[in-house]
Ligand binder design. Structure first.
Ligand SMILES: *Cc1c(COP(=O)(O)O)cnc(C)c1O
Length: 503
């Protein structure tokens, strides 16, 4: 054992590094054939979980053996890095970002106070300014910070809005969003001290977008009741269906009613790199603040969110605070200290994992990858819309397509049966383990969703997925018909519907 086991020598570092690198390259190579979900039985999973709960030993072990253990643990999971991740909002994690992160963690530069590592603070600021001005279209002078994720970004935006609009008089503050807002929006409001009862759920129109008239009426009624409407949170791509709220008109409403306008673009924001995305996300540039998730649609590893704000001073005013132990730090060259823009002090330089891929590959590569996702989602939408036994209730704004089994008729019993069949369809599809879908509720109905975000998802995987979805749909529907013929409860199957059902 060397004198200082915490400090391996050069030869050992190289050997250890190549062991890790070799495994990672093997893992990435294997991704297309990896099961999309945990292949272990519940029993085997429980045993593995139990084994990982063991405390560390007094004496050290062997790296190769430990890496084997890690691979076992990594395989006991939803394959979040693979091409078949089409559930929730996938986050894929690019190899180049992992390399950046290895460099980042090994150099261990301090993030929080710009003066401590001024060049890397500037590097991070360049990423933030790019997101604020180039991606979101906010004016020069806007800024923000990289966070651990969308939830923390929305939290800091909520705190900034609250601080600017309510001061310390939190009790009458009211917030407006829709039922399709991510749960992090209400959580952020509650964490920011807003009463749960004051988080207003604005009704939506049939296309699942915020109802403007209803929002305006609720704001007026609250104001007349002596409350203080201060924040409206719009969706730029809901998690359920990727739906975008009418941003330009909501911008106008919030201006007229003097509310802070926050847009949750955790999923949708980076689609603005594409022409279609810019078109569909028009109005984002009018927001007071925007949440984005580079660990989703910029393909970075988990732990990378972003908040950009129009008025950096408002964000700073809400998060300011210092101690005498920090009195020697001065901010160089107009690069703000992230510690005064959010709740954290010490953190890694998060910008590095964005900066290296962006500079290495160029922003066009990201635009093209996102364009590919939109193409794939259009293809999924067109293909599933042509299956008569499926209902495809929405045209996707972004890269999420929702579908479900079409009920035999509008009868509540038929609808209930169709929902149960959709549930079974999801299980059947996911049992293949080639890809994974998740579900949600749309119009009170059990609905499956395909969300194409991974940078590793291409046409071949989608073709295979569509084959499996259509084959399993046919199986389920014929089982349904056999079952209903047996009980004589349902009439003969309806003739196939032509064209693309919309609703
Ligand atoms: C993922 C997501 C969030 C939450 O972001 P985290 O990074 O998981 O904290 C918020 N809003 C939307 C629309 C999302 O898709």
């Amino acid at each position: 054992m060397p004198d200082f086991p915490l400090e391996p020598d050069r030869a050992t570092m190289t050997e250890m590094g190549s062991l890790v690198l070799g495994r990672i390259v093997d893992r990435v190579d294997r991704l297309p054939s990896q099961p999309a979900t945990n292949p272990l039985s519940a029993q085997a999973t429980a045993e593995l979980v139990e084994s990982f709960l063991a405390p560390p030993p007094r004496q050290g072990g062997d790296l190769k053996r430990l890496l084997e253990r890690l691979d076992e643990g990594a395989d006991c999971a939803l394959e979040a890095a693979g091409p078949g991740h089409l559930a929730y909002i996938p986050g894929s994690g690019m190899y180049t970002a992992a390399l950046a992160e290895f460099y980042n963690r090994a150099t261990n530069r301090y993030g929080g106070i710009a003066a401590v590592s001024p060049a890397f603070a500037a590097l991070e600021e360049s990423v933030i300014r790019w997101i604020a001005t180039q991606v979101c279209g906010l004016p020069e002078g806007s800024g923000g910070l990289l966070t651990s994720g969308g939830s923390l970004a929305t939290f800091s935006a909520t705190v900034a809005a609250r601080h600017q609009r309510l001061g310390e008089d939190l009790a009458p503050g009211t917030v407006y969003t829709t039922a399709f807002a991510h749960h992090s929006v209400a959580k952020a409001a509650r964490l920011a001290g807003i009463r749960a009862a004051h988080i207003r759920v604005v009704p939506h129109t049939t296309d699942l977008r915020m109802d403007l008239e209803a929002a305006a009426a609720m704001i007026r009624a609250d104001r007349e009741a002596g409350l203080r409407p201060f924040l409206l949170v719009a969706n730029a791509g809901t998690t359920d269906t990727g739906t975008v709220d009418p941003l330009p008109r909501l911008a106008e409403l919030t201006r007229r009613e003097d509310l802070w306008f926050h847009v949750d673009a955790a999923y949708g924001g980076f689609f603005r790199l594409t022409a279609r995305g810019r078109d569909r996300l028009t109005g984002l540039e009018e927001a007071d603040s925007v949440t984005l998730d580079p660990h989703k649609t910029l393909f970075l590893p988990f732990g990378t969110g972003a908040l950009v704000v129009r008025d950096l001073a408002a964000l700073r005013a809400a998060h300011d605070g210092t101690g005498s132990y920090l009195q020697d730090t001065a901010t160089p060259g107009g690069v703000p200290d992230s510690a005064y823009l959010g709740p954290e002090l010490t953190h890694e330089i998060r910008g590095l994992r964005a900066w290296l891929p962006l500079h290495l590959l160029g922003t066009d590569a990201f635009r093209d990858a996102l364009d590919e996702k939109l193409d794939l989602a259009e293809h999924v939408h067109a293909t599933l819309s042509a299956v008569p036994e499926l209902e495809v209730p929405l045209t996707p704004d972004l890269s999420t397509v929702v579908f479900r089994i079409r009920p035999a008729d509008g009868d509540p019993v038929a609808i209930e049966r169709a929902d149960a069949a959709s549930r079974r369809l999801l299980d059947r599809i996911n049992a293949h383990r080639r890809f994974v879908l998740s579900s949600t509720v749309v119009d009170g109905r059990f609905t499956l969703r395909v969300c194409v975000v991974s940078h590793r998802t291409h046409r071949d995987l989608i073709a295979e997925a569509l084959e499996i979805i259509t084959a399993e749909t046919a199986r389920i529907v014929s089982e349904e018909r056999a079952a209903s013929a047996a009980v004589g409860a349902l009439s003969a199957p309806r003739p196939a519907r032509q064209g693309c059902p919309q609703g």
